[in-house]
Design a protein around this ligand. Sequence first.
Ligand SMILES: [Zn+2]
Length: 235
Amino acid sequence: MRKTKDLLLKLQKLDDGIDALRADEESIPETKQELEEGLEALEEKVQEAKGKSVEFAKKRKELEIELDSMNEKKNKFKTQLFQVKSNREYEALQHEISGLDEKGSGLEDEILGILDQAEQAATIIKEEEARLKEESSKAKAEQAKLDQDLEKLRSAIAIKLDERTRMLVGVDKILLKRYERIRESKNGLAVTSVENGACGGCFRRIPPQEMQNLKRDERIITCEGCGRIIIWKWE
Ligand SMILES: [Zn+2]
């Protein structure tokens, strides 16, 4: 019986190792995905700044066209100043001209503001593009390393699975099924040992009679608290 129990403990330890490797294996695609998402966010920032830059250029063009047509109008009024016949007409034209002057300087201010914003956007584009380039090459190196890690993990798992197959040759199938069933329902831990007079899985105190049974080592004993197989530690 002790040999079987030793084997169960060894099997549990091996499975713990495989589970840990598998958890690492599963985390790798997630990490890669996070790297991708980080780059996408940076790319988005660049595109956003570029979009703004296009908007500013468009707006600037519109304002410049408006300013040109206003200046044209103003010049026309200025020429008319020499042709009017009454003071009233003259004053009315002057009034129009000064109104256009005011509007024109407002437009000029607006254009300067846009130029300022466009310059800022250009700086952002330059900075973000440099950052994207840097992060891309970092991510590439990191992804290559992750791929290597994945390879290593997979071969480590394969070695352990091989060891497991060899370990289980000749082991009672019913016992194994029982082991697997408990493992499935108990978060991977099917076999535990007595720790300070309690079950190592759920820490329930083991009654004296059960302790005796455990030491006597005549059968497989499961914890009444959690259902795991408990094994007395002989060492
Ligand atoms: Zn227990």
